[in-house]
Ligand binder design. Structure first.
Ligand SMILES: *Cc1c(COP(=O)(O)O)cnc(C)c1O
Length: 373
């Protein structure tokens, strides 16, 4: 057996969609981009969507559109992929880590409150594993202190918070389409928003800050004319990628149903297993299970990890608290300590979960986990 922790699901329709674009006039900046954006915007219930080259690019342009700059502070969780906080550093701003809630593993609104200063500009909640953060509490805090909320929903395409999909709730929400995520475009990302001004800034930042839109030009010297209004990037996504994304979105409901089915199977199998703690479902929320994370006593975690890897199961640890990385340690974050995050890091292990994981493979994972205990 050789079971990864996650894997893309590509079928013949996906292959055909990509081939069709390769045989068309536009490989990039053609019709597939707007089509993909509309599908994702409609799916998550947002007015606008901007597709970009990666989830990291989505975070970066979102921070810029939100006006985050030198001297600002942005609060996020340490239990995330480094991109959630690197995007703040790209803007020369300071990351402030708020600890997690030990039950949900997500950023703790109480600790967000403690970390607010008069320099705080934004909050970046990360829906870790696909479990929504406590968004009502986070929005209350943001409103009281006039902060931007930028959700990193790289794990949470398809997750519901109190009957609404993640993606239409805050100022800005970002998604990733890396192959381990819910749908893939190879590399790719998207920002969703309901705010027209932010939307227009994102469009500019995606392509060098350059526009031909007559309503935005300072003057107009002729049909060839364009202007650079901001310092933007080439963060464009290709039509090839968007065609794959469109085709993948046709399967999103099935993908998520499969992930939830597998999570339920693991929940049932491990509920009574001593020494293993299964994830807890938040009332009123519906996890879309990018990851399935269990906790075990830290004395057994390392051995369990090694034994499971030897047995061909691609278990993983998501994540090392971001501030513990050498780059952060040598750049001013050496005194940060988030007790709940460190405790979770010492105990957590991610099990394989993806749509193509067969019944037999699930059985094997369950059998091996049970054996290791
Ligand atoms: C995957 C991921 C990202 C980055 O997305 P890329 O598309 O790989 O750039 C950001 N944040 C989190 C939480 C992620 O899991």
């Amino acid at each position: 057996m050789n079971i990864p922790y996650s894997r893309q699901y590509i079928d013949e329709d996906d292959e055909q969609a990509v081939l069709d674009v390769l045989r068309s006039d536009y490989l990039t900046t053609g019709p597939k981009i707007a089509e993909f954006e509309k599908i994702v915007a409609d799916y998550v219930g947002a007015k606008y969507a901007v597709a970009v080259a990666s989830g990291t690019a989505a975070l970066h342009v979102s921070c810029l559109a939100a006006g985050i700059k030198k001297g600002d502070e942005v609060i996020t969780t340490p239990i995330t992929f480094a991109a959630s906080s690197n995007c703040v550093l790209y803007c020369d701003a300071k990351v402030v880590f708020a600890d997690i809630n030990p039950i949900t593993y997500n950023i703790d609104p109480t600790d967000i409150r403690r970390k607010i200063t008069d320099k705080t500009k934004a909050i970046i909640p990360v829906h870790f594993t696909g479990q929504p953060c406590e968004m009502d509490e986070i929005h209350d805090i943001a409103q009281e202190h006039d902060l931007i909320v930028l959700e990193d929903a790289a794990h949470a395409l398809g997750a519901d918070y109190k009957g609404r999909k993640i993606g239409g709730l805050s100022d800005l929400t970002t998604f990733s389409f890396h192959p381990v995520k819910h749908i893939t475009t190879g590399e790719g990302g998207m920002i969703t928003t309901n705010d027209k001004t932010l939307y227009e800034k994102l469009l500019l930042l995606r392509t060098h800050g350059i526009t031909k839109d007559p309503s935005l030009l300072k003057k107009n010297e002729g049909g060839w004319y364009y202007e650079q209004l901001e310092l933007g990037f080439n963060y464009r996504i290709t039509d090839i990628q968007c065609a794959l994304g469109i085709s993948q979105m046709k399967k999103i409901d099935r993908f998520i149903a499969r992930r939830r089915e597998i999570a339920k199977r693991y929940d049932d199998a491990f509920a009574d297993l001593d020494g293993v703690m299964i994830p807890i479902q938040l009332e009123g929320c519906n996890n879309s299970y990018h990851l399935y994370v269990v906790q075990m006593e830290d004395i057994v975690r390392k051995d369990a990890f090694n034994e499971l890897r030897t047995a061909g199961i691609g278990v993983n640890v998501h994540y090392i608290p971001v501030y513990k990385h050498p780059y952060y340690q040598k750049n001013g974050y050496q005194d940060i300590y988030c007790a709940n995050a460190e405790n979770l890091y010492n105990k957590m292990i991610s099990l394989p979960i993806y749509p193509g994981l067969t019944k037999e493979e699930q059985e094997y994972v369950i059998e091996q986990i049970t054996r290791v205990f």
